[in-house]
Design a protein around this ligand. Structure first.
Ligand code: UD1
Ligand code: CA
Length: 457
């Protein structure tokens, strides 16, 4: 069995995150549309596969909803990071792993490759306990690494408990919150952690001093990259991390050949795919599993999530797209709203103040102004006049509107669903259509215009 296969991992995510001033657990706060915990899971999972447990506690229900497939361990009371690992320990032992990687759930910029280097180097050295460090100009609220005169690690002292007279001058070396424990030797040490400190918490970091005192092999590895270790405890730190991630993603895309104007204001989530040759202008936001094809253009002030923008399609300014799909050479906006299930076939166009939901526009069909298309199928080449509304909801259920190929819907028409407009049919402006219209016919449904002689005063 290879060293990696005998590795399990525990992510600590039970804390409330008091400094976030929010009812939501801290690890559910998002960076570029994905929760903090998502990033940590992504980095850790490749190293351990199914041997991954996440400790949750505060609002565990919310975490279960957000991550339905994850294997969780409950820490009922948040008595500290050491206690959190104690709660997960029976599960770790049941996994029969020789080593356990422990990672704080609030380090979303974590780098999976760095973690892998850390684990394999430390496993090769057969350490009992190892942790990742970093040297910062300002150690802020991080735990401080304390070494003896020979430079050997003595322990980690939490910022609140740090006293220069007792622990020596701070060197700026901090604990990044990522640890490797040898299960056999460190398990018994876990139960020796006490809560005898300023915060009255069971600190996981006390393991270091306990290990050293008991003659264990304790090692520290410098991560090199401060960003990869940034802990997020406050809205300010969240914002700094999110901006750093934004730059990382945008620079990566620029390097592959995506054109990005005003790049500092283009926010792209980690799951989005943008092909080389696409052209984006900030400010705009592109989240979730969005896919933007080569030759597509996204203009400024657009918000896009879980959408597909086909080759050569253009999303003009101020458009809002969610779970929408554009084939090639479509044009959307400015000021369009495409809600889930909006589908545009090749060359279809949607103009300003048009809303679509669960609606399909066939090849080359157009809805250029002020329209609502909900639960609708529009045939190819059809033209939907300004102010057309599909009245899809009767107060209880939604109904379908079908519009045949090359039909022409005059302005300000209400199509009361369920209803079918035939191919090449023409609807007079201002109609309220409640009955099916056959192929090729003209339908007008409105009050007749009348003119009277004006009486002279
Ligand atoms: C912790 C470390 C500190 C390190 C820093 C790195 C301890 C005692 N201190 O401090 O040395 O420099 O991380 O970012 O570990 N959690 C639980 N259960 C609890 C308490 C916390 O699961 O009872 C989780 C939190 O949800 C969080 C993580 O553990 O994801 C770290 O907890 P946090 O309170 O943020 O620790 P720090 O004070 O940042
Ligand atoms: Ca933290």
């Amino acid at each position: 069995m290879g060293a990696e296969q005998s590795l399990a991992a525990v992510i600590l995510a039970a804390g409330k995150g008091t400094r976030m001033h929010s009812d939501k657990p801290k690890v559910l706060h998002t960076l570029l549309g994905e929760p903090m915990l998502w990033y940590v899971l992504e980095a850790v999972r490749p190293l351990v596969g199914e041997r991954l447990r996440t400790v949750i506690g505060h609002r565990a229900d919310m975490l279960r909803v957000e991550f339905p497939d994850e294997q969780f361990v409950i820490q009922d009371q948040q008595l500290g990071t050491g206690h959190a690992v104690q709660c997960a320990w029976p599960e770790v032992q049941a996994l029969n792993a020789r080593w356990c990687l422990v990672v704080n759930g609030d380090t979303p910029l974590i780098d999976g490759r760095m973690l892998e280097r850390f684990c394999s180097a430390m496993i090769q050295d057969e350490v009992d306990l190892a942790f990742v460090t970093l040297t910062l100009d300002d150690p802020a609220s991080y735990g401080r690494v304390v070494r003896d005169v020979d430079g050997r690690v003595r322990g980690i002292v939490e910022a609140k408990d740090f006293d220069a007279r007792q622990h020596g001058q701070a060197t700026g070396e901090i604990n990044a919150g990522m640890y490797l424990l040898r299960v056999e030797s460190m398990g018994p040490m876990l139960s020796c952690i006490s809560a005898d400190n300023k915060q009255g918490e069971y600190y996981l970091t006390d393991l270091v001093e306990l290990g050293v005192r008991n003659g264990m092999r304790v090692a520290a590895m410098d991560a090199g990259d401060p960003l990869a270790c940034m802990g997020v405890n406050s809205p300010l730190e969240l914002s700094v991390s999110e901006d750093a991630l934004q730059q990382r993603i945008v620079r990566g895309l620029l390097a592959t050949g995506v054109t990005i104007h005003a790049s500092a204001s283009v926010r792209i989530g980690p799951r989005a795919e943008v092909e080389p040759g696409a052209d984006l202008t900030g400010p705009c936001e592109i989240y979730g599993a969005t896919h933007i094809c080569r030759g597509a253009v996204v203009e400024s002030h657009s918000w896009i999530k879980d959408a597909r923008i086909g080759p050569g399609s253009v999303v003009r300014s101020f458009s809002h797209l969610e779970e929408a799909s554009l084939a090639e050479h479509c044009v959307v906006g400015p000021y369009a709203r495409l809600r889930p299930g909006a589908i545009l076939d090749s060359g279809a166009r949607v103009g300003n103040f048009v809303e679509m939901k669960k609606a399909r526009l066939g090849r080359g069909a157009k809805a250029s102004h002020l329209t609502y298309l909900g639960d609708a199928l529009v045939g190819e080449g059809a033209n939907i006049g300004a102010g057309t509304i599909t009245c899809n909801y009767d107060g209880k259920r939604k109904h379908l509107t079908e519009i045949g190929p090359r039909a022409f819907i005059g302005s300000n028409t209400a199509l009361v669903a369920p209803v079918r407009i035939g191919a090449e049919a023409l609807i007079g402006a201002g109609s309220v259509i409640t009955k099916d219209v056959p192929d090729g016919s003209v339908a007008v449904a409105r009050g007749k215009q009348q003119s009277f002689t004006k009486r002279k005063p």
